[in-house]
Design a binder for this molecule. Structure first.
Ligand SMILES: Cc1cc2nc3c(=O)[nH]c(=O)nc-3n(C[C@H](O)[C@H](O)[C@H](O)COP(=O)(O)OP(=O)(O)OC[C@H]3O[C@@H](n4cnc5c(N)ncnc54)[C@H](O)[C@@H]3O)c2cc1C
Length: 376
């Protein structure tokens, strides 16, 4: 690979940060632009990271931080709405036997571990900055940054999330579509007895669940049919979540009494999108949620985004010619695996929306997750 190669990464979420770290390791010059001045360092409640995500995070060199600040576990409990445990299922170790099946984490802790690694990688980071593609040819892309800086890159990577402006700018018209569900999420203190994810199906919501994210914390969530956001004033968010969560037993009463601050409660619709055909136009290529997104029914969105970064960096650093053939190879290596995850994640939600009672939920989950044991 030519040592003078340079790449612009647009977006500093899991995908963009991971790609930056991996490319810098191979000596590629990387500029990372991130729209938010705070780099999303304090945003979000919790995240469930399964083995295949942990495997990439270990490759990135941040496993020590993840392991120290997260909460590892190896099973999921299925409960009745009253909290009675109906079934405990062992999670598959999709990242291999030397990693936990699952780690719950506070999102800011994950983001901080990646930010620290990007900073240490020597990439140039511009916060509060966006990028406009001015033009491109067979050799590269000319970009104007919102700070007035103009530069030329061998490759531009759109890691700017599910509403990617870069995706639209290169003529890919796919957009996220609502699946019909929405989720209320909050970070809360961890009751001592919560040592794994428990999911209650039924009751007033489709799913009520929680996931431990550290010795002291968890994140709790309730999934219901989506509603017009304009009809839910943000100052009522805590009341709305408490109204739904109050119907659940087990550890829920202890969790629910801590849900008091509406500013800490997040309300998000579930979306789906899968760009088909190819994930690039010329020298601009999509990774992560910019290329695909799905409801978190398998907790695989960030995992797929991290895997995209890993595969793209492997191809870019192993090949001296960065052309259509290489970027098509990236798409071909990713599409089957990502499609299986997106379709299964959407199906799991759709069965609930359609109130299908005899759906093979464990079978679909097991089939999909077992495919993820193989390296991407
Ligand atoms: C409710 C919910 C729960 C989820 N739970 C899980 C889970 O438990 N496990 C899991 O693996 N996945 C989960 N996911 C999915 C996961 O959050 C995403 O798949 C993942 O964050 C995608 O990472 P990304 O880097 O592609 O995009 P993002 O994290 O969205 O990052 C995009 C970045 O680009 C920046 N940006 C946007 N526009 C521009 C621009 N024009 N210029 C520069 N920067 C820009 C943004 O500020 C942001 O920092 C969940 C998703 C949802 C909605």
């Amino acid at each position: 690979m030519a040592p003078s190669r340079n790449v612009l990464v647009i977006g500093g979420g899991a995908a963009g940060n991971a790609l930056t770290i991996l490319l810098r390791r191979s000596g590629v010059a990387v500029d990372l632009v991130e729209a938010r001045q705070d780099w999303n360092a304090t945003a979000g409640s919790g995240i469930t990271l399964q083995g295949n995500a942990l495997r990439v995070l270990r490759d990135l060199g941040v496993w020590e931080q993840i392991s120290a600040s997260g909460y590892g576990f190896g099973s999921v409990g299925i409960t009745a709405p009253d909290g009675t445990v109906l079934h405990v299922q062992d999670d598959l170790r999709t990242g291999g036997d030397d990693l936990p099946a699952t780690v719950g984490m506070q999102r800011p802790q994950l983001q901080q571990a990646l930010i620290d690694a990007v900073r240490a990688s020597g990439a140039t980071v511009r916060l509060g900055t966006t990028a406009t593609i001015v033009g491109q040819d067979d050799d590269g892309v000319t970009v104007r940054l919102s700070d007035g800086h103009q530069a030329r890159y061998d490759l531009v990577v759109a890691a700017d999330g599910l509403n990617s402006a870069t995706r639209a700018a290169i003529g890919i018209s796919d957009k996220p579509e609502p699946t019909g569900m929405a989720i209320w999420r909050v970070a809360a203190p961890r009751p001592r007895g919560v040592t794994r994810t428990d999911l209650a199906y039924g009751g007033p919501a489709y799913i009520a669940g929680y996931c431990p994210t550290s010795e002291d914390t968890l994140y709790a969530y309730v999934v219901e049919a989506n509603r017009d956001r304009a009809t839910i004033p943000p100052e009522t968010y805590a009341d709305e979540m408490v109204r739904l969560a109050s119907a659940y037993g087990g550890h829920w009463p202890e969790i629910t009494k801590t849900i008091t601050d509406p500013a800490q409660v997040n309300y998000t619709w579930f979306d789906r999108m899968l760009v088909e055909g190819s994930w690039h136009r010329g020298r601009v290529v999509l990774i992560g949620d910019a290329a695909h997104c799905c409801p978190p029914t398998l907790a695989q969105g960030a995992a797929m985004s991290l895997e995209d970064a890993l595969v793209l960096s492997e191809l870019l650093t192993a090949n001296s010619t960065w052309d259509d053939t290489l970027l098509n190879a990236y798409y071909e290596r990713r599409i089957g695996r990502v499609r299986a995850v997106v379709e299964a994640s959407v199906q799991l939600g759709q069965w609930q929306l359609d109130q299908v009672r005899d759906a093979d939920v464990p079978g679909l989950m097991a089939r999909t997750m077992s495919q993820l044991q193989e390296r991407p």
